[in-house]
Design a protein around this ligand. Structure first.
Ligand SMILES: Nc1ncnc2c1ncn2[C@@H]1O[C@H](COP(=O)(O)OP(=O)(O)OP(=O)(O)O)[C@@H](O)[C@H]1O
Ligand SMILES: [Mg+2]
Length: 458
């Protein structure tokens, strides 16, 4: 980076890495994993509520929230935003999308598979992109070493006494054994032993025999121990010096899609357990965020409301609803309204700002172009174009990209040529994994964006 560039960055402009991450994900139709704050609009109260949750978790409490919104309303965006706040507040986060192969409860490996995915995506402030599990375990060891040195006691002893606390929890004995094995590997320079331990912790062993041979423990992380291990992990990360664990589960609608009633209810029962633990304060340093659509919550036949015990816990405050204009963010359900037209305008100004590295001198479009863009979308897509902004955001950034690369181009001409189609919500039943990392083709007319630059060819 040049001196001059460095100086502008210092003045509070936007770092190129962050800018690129935001622009590239949005152009690919994905929610950015970092830098969300740069384009965030609205949701002030919701974010405040979640910051309170994070503080409570860091203080030793628990918290569960259901982030409920329609197709394209911003659930995934919100989850990632909260996740990045949690990282800033020194929590460890894990996140995953539910899918037919990843569930909270199962007997065919789907819960273990969800656990493994969560571990792959484990993030800390130092490793916000994921893959942080090994470094968290390492951190546990170095914390123990520091404590042993400061107190002039044997490190073995420090580690033992910490691990003893884990032993009190369900499944804690073997979890502690595995961490102890990691420590032995660390102490003796046995890299294999260390990596075996990490593999066990990320649910990487499929059979007990294998795990016994590698680490001398009798159990593995499997379907049945999914939630117990999250609780253990929450305790463990605090011993490693973090504030707690935030678990973000998106695409919860996949549970609603399970046709087999018993399997679906088994998953809902797991949610009930989680919720009860947070309400009763039995879980500590642990929070859950569930992202889902309204039918996932309220559908009386297959939604969470079909499970009586959940309905009574999740029913919303009757005094606060869209009609009354009143809100209540103290309950576990947090409704995300779709973005408004005003939000969308602000979003465009932020996109322009991010695209220009935070330097108004580098803006590629005047304000009037933003309104012209909105008018254009309204004409092509209809009045509610701002409600599901994935495609429009993408098109707007495409426009900026062309202007950037073709300094002589006129935005009016380009805008006139911009073809844009409405986004349609998927049928609740047309499964697909719905993972944002690999957008499924039938999901939205993101497909029509595949050749977006064609529209702009000069
Ligand atoms: N508060 C916000 N500020 C700025 N941009 C947002 C906000 N909320 C959503 N977006 C943008 O709107 C688009 C749709 O958001 P997102 O993908 O999070 O919706 P969703 O509710 O998860 O959709 P789906 O139902 O398909 O899972 C994304 O491009 C996202 O970046
Ligand atoms: Mg989503």
């Amino acid at each position: 980076m040049s001196e001059a560039h460095h100086r502008t960055t210092h003045r509070g402009a936007i770092r190129p890495r962050e800018r690129d991450a935001v622009v590239q994900s949005l152009r690919a139709g994905m929610v950015p994993r970092r830098g969300q704050h740069l384009i965030q609009v609205g949701r002030v109260e919701e974010i405040k509520a979640l910051i309170d949750d994070i503080n409570r978790i860091a203080g030793g409490g628990a918290g569960s929230r259901f982030v409920i919104g329609r197709y394209g309303s911003g659930k995934t965006f919100f989850l990632h935003l909260v996740r990045s706040i949690a990282l800033e507040k020194r929590l460890v986060t894990v996140h995953a999308d539910l899918s037919p192969d990843r569930r909270l409860q199962s007997t065919g490996g789907q819960a273990r598979s969800l656990y493994a995915e969560l571990m792959t995506n484990m993030a800390t402030r130092a490793k916000p992109e994921g893959g942080a599990l090994a470094s968290v375990v390492e951190r546990f060891v170095s914390q123990a070493l520091t404590q042993a040195r400061d107190e002039g006691v044997d490190v073995e002893q420090v580690i033992r006494s910490r691990l003893d606390q884990l032993g009190e929890l369900t499944g804690g004995y073997d979890f502690a054994e595995v961490v102890a094995a990691y420590w032995r590997g660390h102490d003796t320079g046995d890299e294999q032993l260390k990596s075996n331990a990490v593999r066990w912790l990320r649910a990487g062993y499929g059979t007990r025999t294998e795990a016994r041979q590698a680490l001398g423990v009798r159990t593995i992380i499997d379907d049945a121990s999914f939630y117990d291990h999250l609780k253990l992990l929450a305790r463990f990360v605090t011993m490693a010096g973090f504030g707690g664990l935030l678990v973000c589960l998106d695409e919860m609608v996949n549970l609603y899609k399970i046709t087999h009633t018993q399997s679906r209810n088994a998953n809902y029962e797991q949610i009930l357990r989680i919720l009860n633990d947070s309400f009763q304060g039995t879980a500590t340093h642990l929070g859950f965020l569930f992202g889902g659509t309204p039918e996932f919550l309220t559908d009386p036949r297959r939604g969470l409301y079909s499970y009586t015990a959940l309905q009574s816990r999740l029913e919303e405050n009757a005094y606060a609803d869209a009609d009354s204009g009143l809100v209540d963010h103290s309950g576990p359900v947090l409704r995300l309204e779709n973005l408004s037209q005003e939000d969308f305008y602000v979003l465009l100004t932020k996109l322009r700002h991010v695209h220009a590295y935070g330097d108004p001198e580098r803006y590629l479009l005047p304000d009037e172009a933003l309104t012209a863009f909105m008018d254009h979308c309204a004409q092509r897509i209809g009045e509610a174009y701002f409600r599901t902004p994935r495609t429009t955001i993408k098109k707007f950034l495409d426009l900026l990209a062309v202007l950037e690369q073709n300094p002589g181009a006129d935005w009016r001409t380009l805008l006139g040529r911009l073809d844009i189609a409405p986004e349609t919500a998927p049928e609740p039943y047309d499964s697909g994994d719905g993972g944002e990392a690999a957008p499924s083709p039938g999901r939205s007319p993101r497909g029509s964006g595949g050749d977006d630059l064609v529209d702009f060819r000069l």
